[in-house]
Design a protein around this ligand. Structure first.
Ligand code: MG
Length: 258
């Protein structure tokens, strides 16, 4: 039996070895050319600050029509003037009316030049990549003055708060505009709430890679370890942090759902 199997195996192997010569002769370059579907044409902005043609503008300098208060979904009440939004810490977080799954997001933020405070109490805000509740629930990419400001490194600008230290500190001085460009891949869940695939984030701070396809371990937790909770689609939320420092501003916010 053993000998016969061995003989058969050798015969099959010989056939396989003999085949590629014929197959290679028959193969053509066109065999591996893919012609459809044709990717949609999107005109890039003149600079990386400008929204591409298919972006949804979440703030274009004029009003907060795309935003509501996180707490009660009433119209957003942060201050708009001179083409920028400034956080009003007396009223709380704001979030988009629209809900998202996977997306590319651009936003610009500025810590005021007269900023005071230290550590986490110096220009603290944040962008929650998916807002999953009425407070600070969700997944926070930290905003903070980290130009010269010592704090825990998984809480500095560019950190996935208390989860992932940024790959670089690309912070600009207070008073200067800074940008985030973010790719968010939402987590997926089974019907019973268990995680099928984690959330992933890639982020650039002022054009510098600070998060590279980082797999999140759950929602941001101020105390304790991150934990997932099932959600489908979610708004994007901006944080009104309770620190006593001067409020930061935002401008030029746009998103491309993927
Ligand atoms: Mg924060």
């Amino acid at each position: 039996m053993r000998t016969r199997s061995h003989f058969l195996l050798m015969a099959v192997s010989a056939t396989i070895v003999a085949l590629p010569a014929h197959a290679q002769q028959a193969a053509k370059p066109a065999d591996t050319e893919v012609w459809a579907p044709v990717p949609r044409v999107v005109t890039p902005g003149a600079t990386d600050r400008e929204a591409p043609s298919d972006a949804i503008r979440l703030f274009d300098g004029k009003n907060l029509d795309e935003w509501v208060m996180t707490k009660d979904k009433s119209p957003a009440r942060w201050k708009v003037g001179d083409g920028v939004i400034t956080v009003d810490k007396s009223v709380g977080n704001i979030e988009t009316k629209r809900r998202f799954t996977n997306y590319q997001l651009h936003l610009e933020w500025r810590v005021p030049s007269n900023i005071t405070g230290t550590d986490q109490a110096r220009g603290n805000s944040g962008v929650f990549l998916a807002s999953t509740g009425d407070g600070d629930d969700g997944y926070e990419l930290q905003i903070l003055d980290s130009y010269v400001n010592k704090t825990y490194v998984n809480g500095q600008a560019g950190a996935i708060y208390k989860q992932s230290i940024p790959l670089a500190n690309a912070s600009r001085k207070p008073g200067e505009w800074q940008s985030y460009d973010i790719v968010w891949t939402a987590p997926t869940f089974a019907a019973d709430g268990s995680v099928k695939t984690p959330a992933f984030v890639t982020a650039f701070h002022n054009g510098v890679l600070v998060q590279s396809h980082y797999a999140l371990t759950g929602e941001t937790r101020y105390i304790g370890t991150p934990e997932y909770k099932k959600y489908d689609t979610a708004p994007i939320k901006l944080q009104s942090h309770g620190d006593k420092s001067e409020p930061i501003s935002f401008r030029n916010i746009w998103v491309r759902p993927l």
